[in-house]
Write a protein that binds this ligand. Structure first.
Ligand SMILES: *[C@@H]1O[C@H](CO)[C@@H](O)[C@H](O)[C@H]1NC(C)=O
Ligand SMILES: *[C@@H]1O[C@H](CO)[C@@H](O)[C@H](O)[C@H]1NC(C)=O
Ligand SMILES: *[C@@H]1O[C@H](CO)[C@@H](O)[C@H](O)[C@H]1NC(C)=O
Ligand SMILES: *[C@@H]1O[C@H](CO)[C@@H](O)[C@H](O)[C@H]1NC(C)=O
Ligand SMILES: *[C@@H]1O[C@H](CO)[C@@H](O)[C@H](O)[C@H]1NC(C)=O
Ligand SMILES: *[C@@H]1O[C@H](CO)[C@@H](O)[C@H](O)[C@H]1NC(C)=O
Ligand SMILES: *[C@@H]1O[C@H](CO)[C@@H](O)[C@H](O)[C@H]1NC(C)=O
Ligand SMILES: *[C@@H]1O[C@H](CO)[C@@H](O)[C@H](O)[C@H]1NC(C)=O
Ligand SMILES: *[C@@H]1O[C@H](CO)[C@@H](O)[C@H](O)[C@H]1NC(C)=O
Length: 887
């Protein structure tokens, strides 16, 4: 509320008012406003200042404007976007001075309020973007005094009545975005004052364009786009002397553009006839309109060539003639117009050259001239255009070598020169750090793939197929998150970097007889695969679900006393055991119990998991680690104790262990609900978002505890959804953690690491970095989080186009610039904001650069603060506009 000083001085001024103006007028106007308010539903209480107890003068009430001549009177009500609904009462017409009523962007749900015709002074009625329904009645003629009528974006239906022709004072008529139907009457010639006419976005209008519109000499904007207009463009349009914007795109118009239009509309700024069925030739003389900024003729059937007079369009910014049948030489002058930003001419039959003078197009952002007959070299000038972010010229006759600077624009994002005749080497690309997509497919390029490509941080699509490239595939390319990497049909040779093999369809490598690697026709001679089961096979869902194996432990046992473990030594079978929990069995009995019946799955990296029932009825899971030489019994005990002492609700408890000379058995608590991986790979996977988020937070807390809180600090080193077990309440528990402590680094490397070398849970640096790091766990966690957000398995069963989940998500997001595509559609929309938040976190965690990943501690905090978030994903790439990248 206003402070006291303010309201005091206001009272004084009110006294003055009362003095000089008739007090009865003052009270009536406030009463009229209050009675208008009485029929309105004001759910957000936006009109709280409108009150007879308020100290605010009614002229200062929300949305009210007064003039004080000759007497104080309300002239304008501006109540747009206040979430108002209810009824628009004619009581407002008692305000005899009201000229302007704007109720746009509210929820008024009623027919056109004809009773407002009682407002004798009303000039502007704006009801845009409400829920107005019904037809335009003949009585619309009662609005004869109106100058501005805006009924756009409502549900007004039916024919436009002839009587509308009596609104002879109209300056603005906007009926766009409604459900009007039928044919437009021949009465618009009556609107001699009309400046703006908008009938756009009325899909049910089926009408010719009334030719009398051509009489409207004051008309500046004619907007008829995306409606059902058919027939020809009236020749009378040549009379629209004041026209600046003509948009008749996306209709069913036929015939030619009247040639007179080109030269007579001298004030045109924007001329859009695109997406019709027009034919004939380019509107010659259109550049008589010196101020022309937008020229769109695309998607029609135009033929012939573009006249050279186009160079008079000095202000032209957007030139779009794509998808026609234009031919002849493309006018060179167009390439160097001072303001030109966009040139689209793809899918025509243009010939001609791309001149070096393109360097003068200092504003040029986007060029698409694919599928024409241009024949020239790629000019050096191209690399000098610093604003260019898309250059797409596939399917032409470009030849010669690529200039070393061809991709030097610092904002270059999409470069497509495929299907030309370019020869020579691919230059080093270093400056275009925003390059997302590079296609040079189907040319005659020779030489090697430049290793510097691996330094372009956001490169995601790389197509070099069908050339004559030689040499190795640079190993650095593994560091990129490539969603498409196609080098098929070249002369490449040598070993294919492993993550490129696993992440992409084999067809992208074919046609290079010299390439070798697992899964290819040649396996490299010096590098025989160690495990016969191919990496891909182990990725199948079924195998994974069995291999999780760590089924694991003990229902009903609250906590156990760490210090009351029993310690036995049984020299007989060579077994030595340490139990940290009263198991009341001998290791001998356990070994006997471990048979085919109790085994789960066919074995993980080290060996199998068995589920055994203790005499007490409790279940335990025993993991058998086979085939490696034990450390000394003493060291082993110390290390197992390190794991046993871990106390965290999100980490599976180790209850004890026993070992012989060649095997170690770890005894874990049994966890009831199986693994998260099992759940996700089920056809009917369904889990509420709140549960998923709780699982993510639990896992993150468990990892944060291992990384930072527990001493000694531990790494998990095998985070994946199959190693996240769920108890009866879906509380997650990490298992299979820190096994390197028990087996020793060497044995761990030769089993777990080599077994999972191809796994997509592994961070990219896994391939070349010898040292395990926290950031690798963070990456793997990010992959699990992606599984929770998308409802998709990280590793799909082998199939021709299987792409790992990180690449899949990044590809979807890059193409659409939006996150909603990848969210699990089985979860209701109300959770979308939180899911997008979780997606952002997952993308940070799976960042290619380890140093960009957050710590698990930061991840916990970010996940916990998710609920009230609203921020949208911002992928940080250059604008790709609406065009998807051809993959
Ligand atoms: C806005 O109005 C609509 C319809 O009258 C209502 O459902 C909604 O709750 C309102 N929003 C607010 C914030 O008051
Ligand atoms: C104020 O308006 C309310 C209803 O809107 C009415 O009941 C009350 O009598 C009015 N008070 C004055 C002082 O006019
Ligand atoms: C309305 O408010 C303005 C400033 O907010 C103030 O200057 C003016 O005196 C007020 N008018 C009346 C009639 O209260
Ligand atoms: C009607 O109001 C909307 C919302 O404020 C505005 O965008 C539109 O320009 C107005 N229409 C006219 C004709 O002024
Ligand atoms: C056009 O306006 C004239 C007056 O200027 C009026 O007599 C005539 O009826 C109007 N035409 C239509 C179709 O309303
Ligand atoms: C264009 O006309 C054809 C038939 O001639 C019709 O099928 C189609 O729906 C029309 N399109 C539009 C946008 O009105
Ligand atoms: C020109 O086209 C662009 C993109 O369609 C648009 O944003 C701009 O408003 C247009 N300019 C005019 C004057 O219509
Ligand atoms: C190339 O353009 C022609 C029209 O000029 C069209 O018919 C053809 O389908 C286009 N080719 C491709 C591959 O888009
Ligand atoms: C590409 O290599 C093939 C096979 O060596 C050869 O036949 C062809 O002429 C080469 N093409 C070019 C353009 O170098």
């Amino acid at each position: 509320m206003a402070n006291t000083v303010c309201s005091c001085s206001f009272l004084l001024s009110l006294l003055c008012f009362t003095f000089f103006s008739s007090s009865s007028t003052a009270s009536t106007q406030a009463d009229i406003l209050l009675s208008f308010k009485a029929s309105i539903v004001d759910s957000k209480n936006s009109l709280s200042s409108w009150s007879n107890t308020s100290t605010v003068h009614y002229c200062n009430w929300t949305g009210v404007t007064c003039v004080n001549a000759p007497s104080l009177s309300v002239t304008s009500l501006n109540l747009q976007n206040l979430n108002l609904s209810g009824e628009i009462s004619s009581s407002i017409c008692q305000l005899s001075g009201l000229t302007h009523l704007n109720l746009a962007d509210n929820f008024f749900n009623q027919p056109i309020p004809l009773h407002l015709s009682q407002c004798t002074s009303l000039e502007t009625l704006n009801l845009s973007n409400n829920l107005i329904w019904g037809t335009i009645p003949d009585q619309i003629s009662h609005f004869g005094s109106l100058k501005v009528v805006d009924l756009s974006r409502n549900h007004v239906e039916g024919n436009i009545p002839e009587n509308i022709g009596s609104l002879v004072n109209l300056q603005v008529l906007n009926l766009g975005g409604n459900l009007l139907s039928g044919s437009v009457p021949f009465v618009f010639g009556n609107f001699s004052e009309l400046v703006i006419l908008d009938l756009s976005l009325n899909a049910y209008l089926v009408s010719e364009i009334p030719s009398d519109i051509g009489k409207l000499e004051m008309l500046e904007q004619l907007l008829l786009q995306s409606s059902g207009f058919h027939g020809e463009i009236p020749g009378s349009f040549a009379g629209l002397q004041s026209l600046t914007i003509l948009d008749i795109s996306q209709n069913n118009l036929t015939g030619e553009i009247p040639q007179a239009l080109g030269s007579s509309l001298k004030n045109l700024v924007s001329f859009d006839v695109s997406q019709n069925k027009l034919l004939g030739s380019f509107p010659d003389g259109i550049c008589n309109a010196k101020g022309l900024i937008n020229l769109s003729l695309h998607k029609n059937f135009f033929t012939g060539s573009i006249p050279n007079s186009i160079d008079e369009c000095l202000n032209l910014e957007r030139f779009q003639v794509q998808n026609n049948d234009f031919s002849g030489d493309f006018p060179e002058k167009l390439w160097s117009l001072p303001r030109i930003k966009l040139i689209r001419a793809e899918n025509n039959r243009y010939s001609g050259e791309l001149p070096d003078s393109i360097s003068m197009a200092a504003q040029l952002e986007q060029v698409q001239i694919d599928n024409n007959s241009f024949t020239s070299k790629i000019p050096k000038g191209l690399g000098l255009v610093k604003s260019l972010y898309r250059f797409s010229a596939s399917l032409n006759g470009f030849y010669g070598e690529l200039p070393p600077n061809f991709c030097d624009s610092p904002v270059m994002s999409i470069m497509n020169l495929s299907q030309n005749s370019i020869s020579g080497h691919i230059p080093e690309l270093k400056k275009c750090r925003k390059l997302v997509s590079l296609s040079l497919a189907d040319n005659s390029l020779t030489g090697e793939i430049p290793p510097s490509l691996a330094e372009l941080p956001v490169l995601t699509y790389l197509d070099l197929s069908d050339n004559n490239l030689t040499g190795l595939i640079p190993p650095g390319l593994q560091n990129l998150k490539l969603a498409l990497f196609n080098v098929s049909f070249n002369q490449l040779s040598g070993k294919v970097p492993s993550s490129l093999i696993s992440g992409l369809p084999a067809s992208f490598l074919q046609g290079n007889p010299g390439l070798c690697g697992p899964g290819l026709l040649n396996s490299c001679s010096e590098d025989q695969p160690k495990h016969h089961t191919s990496g891909l096979t182990t990725l199948t869902c079924a195998m994974i679900s069995v291999a999780f194996a760590l089924g694991i432990v003990m229902i009903g046992v609250g906590f156990f006393m760490f210090h009351s473990y029993s310690k036995r030594k049984s020299q007989a079978g060579g077994w030595r055991s340490v139990f940290f929990y009263p198991l009341r069995v001998t290791e001998h009995e356990l070994v006997i119990g471990m048979n085919e019946k109790s085994a789960v799955g066919s074995g993980g990296p080290f060996g199998r998991v068995y589920i055994l029932s203790l005499p007490s009825g409790e279940l335990v899971a025993i993991k058998k680690l086979v085939n490696f030489r034990c450390n000394s019994s003493k060291t082993l005990k110390t290390e197992v104790k390190t794991l046993v002492k871990i106390r965290h609700k999100n980490i599976t408890k180790v209850l004890g262990f026993f070992h012989s000379d060649e095997s170690i058995f770890l005894i874990y608590e049994f966890i009831q609900n199986g693994s998260l991986g099992d759940l996700i790979c089920r056809q009917d996977f369904q889990l509420q978002w709140t549960v998923r988020l709780r699982i993510a937070i639990g896992v993150a807390q468990g990892l944060a505890y291992l990384h930072r809180d527990y001493v000694p600090h531990l790494l998990h080193r095998n985070v994946k959804s199959n190693n996240i077990l769920l108890d009866a309440d879906f509380e997650p528990k990490l298992t299979d953690f820190a096994l390197d402590r028990i087996t020793g680094e060497a044995a761990f490397e030769s089993t777990v690491v080599s077994e999972s070398a191809l796994s997509c849970y592994n961070a990219p640096e896994y391939a070349y970095s010898k040292k395990a790091t926290e950031q690798m766990d963070v990456y793997s966690f990010g992959v699990v989080l992606l599984e929770l957000v998308t409802g998709r398995q990280a590793e799909q069963a082998e199939s021709a186009d299987s792409v790992d989940i990180v690449k899949w998500v990044r590809r979807k997001i890059n193409i659409t610039n939006g996150a909603f595509q990848v969210l699990d559609s089985k979860i209701s929309n109300s959770s979308q904001q939180e899911m997008v938040g979780a997606l952002e976190i997952a993308l940070c965690c799976t960042s290619v650069m380890p140093e960009k990943r957050p710590s698990m501690f930061e991840v916990v905090r970010a996940l916990q603060s998710l609920s009230p978030r609203t921020s949208l994903l911002n992928s940080g790439f250059s604008p790709l506009e609406e065009h998807s990248i051809p993959v």
